[in-house]
Write a protein that binds this ligand. Structure first.
Ligand code: FAD
Ligand code: SIN
Length: 528
């Protein structure tokens, strides 16, 4: 059996994992495991940019207020303050690592605006900010002698006392993480990676829905692993749907049309050509995302339409092409000249606001396990994330977790006596159809019953249907030699189950969780 020992283990190579790795690498050996190509991540596809308070008239106060309003009363104010106040320092670091953000002719950063922001404060690199960040960070990783990055390694399970034969349940105090079991996707062998500290930076879970902006890697693995290891998970009912994914039925993932396009002046219209957002919110097209996505959903459902339009026809052509070249070219490739015709758009699952519960240093409830980025729940986003706050959150918490973990690393010892992976009595998968069909069922259940608008009955139905999928996948898992598709499906079913459970527990409509049987809160918000 292959067994590795490292000081700092990092699961995931998006902005959270890489920026943490770059910081802890001065204090010990770092191993990053990532399940696909090293740059494949939600980070790579980020378009709009990264929010930060750079210049007056913006202020910490305004960014904090915008974040709190968007989070609909569910944010942790202390965390919001920390993230906003540390934003500029982290951005400067990102720039020092080689990231380029667009500037105006006068040499200051060109700040964009998105929904829920009262000021222009979004730093961007054209409309492919995430690609630029990922490029710059990976270049730093490659140059660092203390960081080893292993792609096509799939982290399956956290190693805890459970694997040493100690019974662990959710009430067990002091569950400890000793590393992970990981499937080497090139050899299909399970390896043990022992680590003094482990960082979960495995991103989101968009693929549990039929339509998502997330690439296929976003299957909620980190949340499922921590849940199975009896760690705390919070706020999973708050799944954010981006209002404007390009309408291309059957296309997976969906291409995003950045919210910054609306910040630039684009207007949503229904299929009769009417600008409808003023009916729903005084901030119109730049209202927080939950409100805009719900308004679109309502227009589509009441009119029986499959999509709405985004109208860019009145915008300055040269400036638009300069800021949004990829969106412009993508539309052109589909024969949509967006200066002459409207873009068909629909909401799509985009971001997981909840996740692994962590404190202000990214510490999870499991000892020596940190979680940063989209897989974590810090309290910043509350019931609805403010646009472009997630890249920022990842940077701020990667820094805080790195400071904490590196300060303790010399006091932690490797755990001995960890058994190798036991797959006795299992056989190779006979029929992939069992996996592909269950995935389709899961996506249909989540999309139809646990989407933008929910009800008690829909949630109950989803729960009952998911139980069947859960039993089937656990049975298959018992009998089948591990493989990535099976494990991802198992993780997605687990995450779907947690979302439904948290949604059923919340007896109100709040932010992204809109339940027709608890709508009084929503009425209050509209009249604000
Ligand atoms: P990711 O970047 O998703 O990285 C996760 C990593 O973990 C990947 O490398 C993945 O392969 C790896 N991984 C997952 N599971 C395993 C496993 N089991 N074993 C090994 N490796 C694993 N946010 C903003 O703030 N501004 C934006 O403009 C913006 N635009 C967006 C546009 C799109 C299309 C999308 C999808 C998201 C956007 N977001 C934006 C959200 C933001 O990009 C993500 O929340 C953020 O990049 C998450 O970073 P992360 O490092 O936590 O996770
Ligand atoms: C976008 O560009 O619209 C995405 C921004 C985000 O998700 O924060």
């Amino acid at each position: 059996m292959q067994q590795k020992e490292v000081d700092f283990l990092v699961i995931g190579s998006g902005i959270a994992g890489i920026s943490y790795a770059l910081k802890v690498a001065s204090y010990g050996k770092v191993l990053m495991l990532t399940k696909a190509d090293e740059d494949e991540s939600n980070t790579k596809y980020a378009q709009g940019g990264i929010a930060a308070v750079m210049y007056e008239p913006d202020s910490f106060y305004k960014h904090i207020e915008d974040t709190l309003i968007c989070g609909d009363g569910e944010c942790d104010e202390n965390i919001v303050k920390i993230v906003v106040e540390e934003s500029k320092e982290r951005i400067n670091e990102l720039i020092s690592w080689g990231t380029h953000f667009d500037k105006t002719e006068s040499g200051v950063y060109d700040l964009a605006k998105e929904g829920g922001h009262s000021e222009h404060r979004v730093l961007h690199h054209k409309d492919n900010t995430g690609f630029e960040i990922e490029r710059a960070l990976l270049a730093q990783v490659h140059a660092h002698p203390n960081i080893e990055i292993q792609s096509h390694y799939f982290a399956m399970e956290l190693i805890t006392q459970h694997h040493k034969g100690v019974w662990v349940n959710s009430q067990t105090p002091g569950v400890e993480c000793y590393g992970v079991y990981a499937l080497n996707l090139k050899t299909q062998k399970v390896e043990v990676v022992l680590a003094k500290t482990t960082l979960m930076a495995s991103g989101g879970c968009g693929n549990i829905y039929e339509s998502t902006t997330n690439p296929v890697i976003a299957t909620g693995d980190g949340v499922a692993m921590v849940y199975r290891a009896k760690g705390k998970i919070k706020d999973m009912e708050f799944i954010q749907f981006h209002p404007t994914a390009l309408y291309q039925p059957g296309k997976h993932p969906s291409f995003l049309v950045s919210e910054a396009v609306r910040g630039f002046g684009a207007v949503l219209r229904n299929q009769s050509g009417d600008a409808f957002m003023e009916k729903y919110d005084h901030r119109k097209d730049l209202a927080p995302r939950d409100i805009v996505a719900r308004a679109i959903d309502n227009e589509m459902k009441t009119r029986g339409d499959d999509f709405v339009y985004l109208d860019c026809t009145a915008l300055n052509n040269d400036e638009f092409i300069n800021h949004f070249p990829n969106i412009y070219n993508k539309c052109l490739s589909l024969n949509i000249n967006l200066f002459e015709s409207y873009i068909p758009v629909v909401p799509a699952a985009h971001y997981m606001c909840g996740g692994i519960q962590v404190d202000e240093y990214g510490r999870s409830s499991i000892q020596n396990l940190y979680a940063v980025g989209e897989c974590s729940r810090t309290g910043l986003h509350g019931a609805n994330r403010l646009a472009s706050n997630s890249l920022l959150e990842a940077l701020v918490f990667a820094h805080r977790a790195a400071v904490h973990a590196s300060g303790r690393i010399n006091s932690i010892v490797f755990m001995q006596g960890i058994p190798s992976w036991n797959d006795e009595g299992t056989a190779s998968p006979e029929e992939m159809i069992l996996i592909t069909q269950s995935l389709k069922e899961l996506q249909a259940i989540m999309s139809n019953y646990v989407g933008i608008v929910r009800s008690n009955l829909r949630l109950k139905r989803a729960f009952d249907r998911l139980l069947i999928l859960h039993m089937e996948i656990e049975d298959l898992h018992e009998r089948t030699t591990v493989n990535k598709a099976l494990y991802e499906l198992r993780n997605m079913i687990k995450v779907g189950y947690i979302i439904i459970k948290h949604a059923m527990q919340r007896k109100e409509s709040k932010g992204l969780h809109y339940n027709l049987d608890h709508f009084n809160h929503q009425v209050r918000r509209k009249t604000e």
